[in-house]
Design a protein. Structure first.
Length: 255
């Protein structure tokens, strides 16, 4: 969960490598550790007072950050980090390491550095939303067909069990039928989606009714698909072949 820090994307060209090397050398020599120790010691006598004031100061900084249009959790993170920086700058000023003008300039830089990447936190925060992530993963697992919801005895529920469960909760549901089961679906007949062919020897025996049904107008009767070669003579006649030529073509076995 990204609840305690701000993610900042950096490219290699964004870093001052010489300055970073110098900072690493300072860290090895213990300068940062000494500065942190002095900071903590300076806070100790003010601890009770700071505890009383921190909530109000964090709220003020949080409201300022919220006006930047950030993710709802980001202003709290920014405010916490900013308050720590503000207190450290006050310590550095009081210790004589920097003057008041430098402290204020560094504060402005720090605030900008926190709030600018803060506006880009929505993507990172969304990725850490546990509830949304859980639903996304569960959905993907079901879609992949690799998981199922188990019944009380740990097995995959059969179709009738699913149907009962959904109907109890008034959820519209229907079983996906196999091809061979479709002709026996009573809804197709009740809703006149299909009808029996006039010729009992026709194949297929069921014909899909005309899809257009206009109230007040007779519905067009469905017709079966033509047999192989059923309309060959008519087509050749339309193409300009005479009856004799069509008969010759048939006689010679060309068609």
């Amino acid at each position: 969960m990204l609840t305690g820090y701000v993610v900042s994307a950096l490219a290699p060209s964004d870093l001052d490598w010489a300055r970073l090397t110098a900072c690493q050398a300072d860290a090895r020599e213990g300068r940062y550790a000494a500065a942190l120790a002095g900071f903590v010691q300076s806070l100790a006598p003010q601890y009770e007072m700071l505890r009383r004031e921190l909530r109000a100061r964090v709220a003020e900084l949080r409201d300022n950050a919220a006006r930047q249009g950030q993710h709802r959790r980001t202003p709290v993170i920014v405010a916490d980090l900013a308050l720590g920086i503000r207190l450290f700058l006050n310590y550095a000023r009081d210790a004589g390491a920097i003057d008041a003008a430098e402290a204020e300039a560094l504060w402005e830089r720090a605030w900008t550095a926190l709030t600018e990447p803060g506006t880009a936190q929505a993507e990172h925060q969304q990725a850490s939303e546990s509830a949304a992530l859980f639903l996304e993963l569960v959905t993907a697992a079901f879609v992949s067909g690799r998981v199922h919801v188990a019944n009380a005895i740990g097995r995959a529920p059969a179709a009738p069990e699913w149907m009962r469960t959904f109907r109890v909760h008034t959820i519209p549901i229907s079983v996906v039928a196999h091809v061979e089961e479709v002709p026996n679906d009573e809804r197709l007949h009740v809703n006149e989606i299909v009808s029996l062919a006039a010729d009992p020897a026709a194949s297929p025996l069921l014909i899909i009714n005309h899809p257009i049904n206009v109230r007040g107008l007779p519905r067009a009767d469905p017709t079966p698909a033509p047999d192989l070669g059923q309309h060959t003579d008519e087509i050749l006649a339309e193409l300009g072949y005479a009856d004799g030529e069509i008969a010759r073509v048939r006689r010679e076995g060309i068609m």
